[in-house]
Design a protein around this ligand. Structure first.
Ligand code: HMG
Ligand code: MG
Length: 298
């Protein structure tokens, strides 16, 4: 069966804008988030408190959060890799953070400057303190469906990394197809491994990049397995600066179109969302890659 409703976890302002060739002005980011809140989206990943030299596109995180009109009922999670990041996030008054682990050795080195094993010590300190401060904590796992340097990734390895994050205190686990190579049968295999490894399906979210055009099919596969939180980015913005083969995330508009067709509730006003993404495409100076935005934007 399919769920009656889905929570859309919007990542455009973070996963989308972290990959732009130029730094988007902070007032444009703030307006983007305000407009997204106005579409009915209730979870807006806003930015990252990572090292500003690693991701200069999001170096304005504190300034952005200070400018934001925090809409009632809207959750604004941020990425935090380490205790320095958590300190900065707490100074900005955040209530929800996300750590981001790698399922592979090579990507742990490239994205976190840590070995696969050493990433857990870094996150353990963050999650323990964040939970003690009363924050909600999401755990991402990247490269769950393949790694550009290592190739195939064993689903049991994904499950083992994910389980460690949940045991640390992460309330939700987002399974990332960072480079978009997964297909629906693969989604079944990774979800099976996670559930067999002790992570209940209610705790799982999926995070598909659309590099190979599989994101929507993969999402449907995950919904059929009982997943009810889906990551997406408005207009299909996105990528990862430390995984060159990654392109944009599943476009939120494409997801909303499919959910509408399936009669699954999501709470988003599609016209307002398309208008927001068309506006953002104008700010970035290029068309949105989302098929639904292209079809509907006047
Ligand atoms: P490092 O260089 O190993 O850090 O970077 P360090 O702990 O050795 O510290 C070195 C210096 O950096 C110190 O300063 C720290 O204070 C400072 P010094 O004492 O030398 O003056 N520093 C910081 N400053 C500000 N904010 C911080 C911070 N941390 C240290 N948070 C680190 C390690 C993890 C920080 C670095 O590798 C990093 O920032 N990585 C982030 C990479 C990133 O953001 N990637 C994109 C997000 S992941 C993604 O997109 C995938 C996802 O979408 C899911 C999917 O698609 O699969 C989530
Ligand atoms: Mg991503």
């Amino acid at each position: 069966g399919l769920p009656a409703s889905v929570t859309i976890y919007e990542v455009g302002a973070r996963d989308g804008l972290q990959n732009e060739g130029t730094v988007v002005p902070v007032e444009v980011k703030a307006e983007f988030l305000d407009r997204l809140a106005g579409t009915g989206l209730r979870t807006l990943e806003a930015t990252s408190f990572v090292h500003p030299k690693w991701v200069p596109q999001l170096a304005d995180a504190a300034d952005l959060l200070a400018r934001l009109t925090r809409a009632p009922g809207v959750d604004y999670p941020v990425l935090v890799p380490n205790e320095r990041g958590l300190d900065r996030a707490l100074e900005s008054g955040v209530e929800h953070v996300a750590v981001f682990a790698s399922a592979t050795e090579t990507f742990a080195q490239r994205n976190l400057n840590r070995s696969l094993d050493a990433q857990f010590a870094m996150f353990d300190a963050v999650v323990t303190r964040a939970v003690a401060e009363g924050l909600r904590v999401r755990g991402y796992v990247s490269m769950c469906f393949g790694d550009p340097w290592e190739g195939a990734v064993d689903p049991a390895q994904v499950a083992a990394v994910g389980r460690r994050l949940v045991d640390m205190g992460c309330d939700q686990l987002s399974l990332g197809d960072t480079i978009g190579t997964g297909t629906p049968g693969h989604v079944d295999a990774v979800l099976d491994a996670c559930v067999a490894g002790g992570v209940p399906v209610e705790r799982l979210a999926v995070h598909f990049h659309d590099t190979y055009g599989q994101a929507l099919s993969n999402t449907l596969a995950a919904l059929r397995r009982g997943v009810t939180t889906v990551d997406a980015s408005a207009g299909g913005l996105g990528g990862c600066p430390y995984a060159e083969s990654a392109t944009g995330n599943l476009a939120t508009e494409d997801l909303v179109w499919m959910l509408d067709g399936l009669g699954i509730a999501h709470g988003v006003d599609l016209d307002a969302l398309v208008a927001t993404s068309a506006w953002m495409a104008g700010q970035l100076g290029r068309p949105s890659p989302s098929r639904v935005v292209r079809a509907l934007a006047g």
